[in-house]
Design a protein around this ligand. Structure first.
Ligand code: SF4
Ligand code: SF4
Length: 123
């Protein structure tokens, strides 16, 4: 496991991280058909090389540097990052289902603007 995208990406999804990732391990990209419908973006844990470039690029602090540093409220999204696979419809559906369950179970966080959501993770 490597870097993890969490819920401030939901409602932001600007793909700034994709533009700086040197190994193209963040999906879906804007040029992939799933981008329009994907709730958030995902980091492939086996392809990420832990370079850290995506963290300062993210305008809403959605990216944590490892599962252990990811707040408890975001644990389901660690799994969503882990199961998402570009070009695999079943895997994408499983990841999206995990995200939708996270959204349904965290009305508190979802009621906060994405830019302030990461700050609320620690509370
Ligand atoms: S840490 Fe580096 S390799 Fe991993 S997702 Fe971020 S930019 Fe890509
Ligand atoms: S930079 Fe942050 S908000 Fe934008 S797509 Fe990447 S993780 Fe999501």
């Amino acid at each position: 496991m490597a870097f993890v995208i969490t819920d401030p990406c939901i409602g932001t999804k600007d793909a700034a991280c994709v533009d700086v990732c040197p190994v193209d391990c963040i999906h879906p990209r804007k040029d992939e058909p799933e981008f329009a419908t994907s709730t958030m973006l995902y980091i492939h844990p086996d392809e990420c090389i832990d370079c850290g470039a995506c963290v300062p690029a993210c305008p809403v602090a959605a990216i944590y540097d490892r599962p252990d540093s990811t707040p408890a409220s975001q644990k389901a999204l660690i799994q969503a990052n882990a199961v998402y696979r570009a070009n695999d419809a079943d895997a994408m559906a499983r990841a999206e289902a995990l995200v939708k369950a996270h959204v349904a179970g965290h009305a508190d966080l979802m009621g906060i603007a994405p830019a302030e959501r990461a700050a609320a993770h620690a509370k």
